[in-house]
Ligand binder design. Structure first.
Ligand SMILES: Cc1cc2nc3c(=O)[nH]c(=O)nc-3n(C[C@H](O)[C@H](O)[C@H](O)COP(=O)(O)OP(=O)(O)OC[C@H]3O[C@@H](n4cnc5c(N)ncnc54)[C@H](O)[C@@H]3O)c2cc1C
Length: 449
């Protein structure tokens, strides 16, 4: 491949204390926490609004915030959850519980970003870094007004793909030992559903044998191009709409734009197949239609950073505790199989159930798993933190991302205040501030293991 040197003289437009890249669940939590802790925080996001997968990709529901006894995503996560529910009740007289009305969630994020005093820029995409000996000295962005740079003492990578960490020289892992990745899903927004009929039906998700029979039937009739039995389902998100997390696209590499593009095109085609399938076979959907698909393809798995500690399955199974623990979480190991078929689905179920946390149980998350090796002034938060593949499949869900985002933002802001490095920050100081802001951080002796 030919190469060229690309040089421009560009303005250094912003010099905040902290630059957070990516405003998904992790980025919003990081930026809001940092600003609340006193750092002048700049948050930059490629899309037109905050939320990442939780809004732009139309992910329909939150996975657990609690362990049944404790609010694990305390602080930022709890505020988001409570405000969203209240917003839904005020606007629609409808309690969304764990469902995500994406438009309302955008408003909740906007409000929290504004209240905290974060400076946010949408339609602004990070494209590269200047680095020196593992230190990011500037980050370069493209925006509708052209290219510009940000200089800051600290950066947090919340891109979901570990883009800054990778460019800054951190080692990363992607996929299983054979490089296979969890499939992607293009989530969809549905209207015209008779929710009562649907809620009473016996064919709603892969837990219902009837639905699997119908998928098999439609596939054998050539109405579905793939017999994908791992069918999460459609969830009511407002009185009139629902969001669907249905069908998988396989072998999509989120770090390769050609692969992503092919995945998007295939996924859009598949959503139309499912629209026909639902209208024909599923109670309550006879007059339903897909009003929209996600602006982003739903990516479950991307790069995982090699950090100062790699959180692993053994830690998960032991319900580990750490001296530098920044939070605890509990969602099962949810590795969506990288191909279709009953056997892979059964394997997925076994993995999901194996060692999964009961009420009151959780595993600790160390601060070190947010610190990429070979970098000095960078933290990561969200689905790309330093874990093995199994733990990533647990921590990747939205409440998990609020926990790591809140910790990363708080840590960076404390370092700004104390004029210390990320590695000099004392865990006891970080944990005290996180607790003050509502994080669930029990004394180690209180943890059920
Ligand atoms: C299909 C699917 C279903 C899921 N279902 C659930 C579920 O039911 N419940 C649940 O809790 N979780 C679910 N998840 C998991 C969860 O939604 C994600 O793992 C989580 O949103 C990851 O958060 P994040 O902040 O790390 O990254 P993301 O949500 O991916 O956010 C990253 C943000 O960074 C931005 N960005 C990326 N690159 C750049 C750049 N160069 N410059 C500027 N901005 C950039 C992106 O636009 C995005 O807004 C699901 C995920 C998928 C894909």
């Amino acid at each position: 491949m030919n190469t060229l040197d690309f040089k421009r003289r560009i303005p250094v437009k912003y010099t905040p204390d902290l630059c957070v890249v990516g405003a998904g669940p992790a980025g919003v939590a990081a930026a809001v926490s940092a600003a609340r802790t006193g750092a002048r925080t700049l948050l930059l996001e490629a899309q037109s609004f905050p939320g990442g997968m939780s809004t732009a990709a139309l992910v329909p529901i939150f996975m657990p915030f609690t362990d049944g006894h404790h609010f694990l995503a305390g602080g930022i996560g709890e505020t988001i959850y409570r405000r969203l529910r209240q917003c839904c009740i005020d606007r629609y007289d409808f309690d969304c519980h764990e469902a995500i009305p994406a438009e309302l969630l955008k408003l909740v994020y906007d409000q929290m970003i504004e209240e905290a005093g974060v400076q946010v820029l949408y339609r602004t995409e990070w494209i590269g870094c200047e680095t020196h000996d593992g230190t990011i000295t500037a980050a370069v962005f493209t925006s509708p007004g052209g290219l510009f740079a940000v200089e800051a003492p600290f950066f947090i990578d919340c891109t979901g793909d570990a883009r800054l960490a990778f460019e800054a020289g951190a080692a990363v892992e992607l996929g299983d030992d054979d490089g296979k990745l969890m499939p992607a899903t293009l989530c969809s927004l549905w209207c015209g559903v008779d929710w009562q009929a649907f809620e009473e039906s016996d064919a709603r998700s892969h837990a219902d044998p009837k639905l699997l029979e119908l998928i098999h039937l439609a596939y054998s009739r050539g109405e579905l191009s793939r017999e994908d039995l791992h069918h999460t389902g459609i969830f009511r998100t407002t009185p009139e709409t629902g969001a669907g997390n249905i069908s998988h696209v396989f072998q999509v590499d989120p770090t390769d734009v050609e692969s992503l593009t092919a995945g998007l095109i295939e996924a859009r085609r598949t959503v139309v197949e499912y629209e026909r399938f639902y209208r024909k076979y599923i109670a309550g959907f006879q007059s339903a239609e897909v009003a929209s698909t996600g602006a982003l393809l739903g990516i479950r798995e991307s790069r995982r950073v090699a950090g100062e500690y790699q959180l692993n399955l053994e830690d998960y199974c032991n319900r580990a505790s750490f001296f530098d623990e920044i939070g605890r979480y509990n969602f099962p190991v949810d590795i969506h199989p990288s191909d279709t078929g009953k056997e892979t689905l059964e394997k997925h179920r076994r993995m999901f159930d194996r060692g999964s946390c009961g009420p009151g149980e959780s595993y600790g998350i160390p601060y070190r798993s947010l610190l990429p090796k070979n970098t000095t002034n960078l933290l990561v938060a969200g689905r790309c933190i330093s874990t093995d593949r199994s733990v990533m499949a647990s921590i990747r869900v939205i409440p998990g991302c609020y926990i790591t985002g809140m910790a990363a933002g708080t840590a960076a802001a404390l370092c700004v205040k104390a004029k210390c490095t990320l590695r000099e920050l004392k865990p006891i100081t970080l944990r005290a501030k996180l607790r003050e802001h509502g994080a669930y951080l029990p004394e180690q002796s209180e943890v059920k293991q």
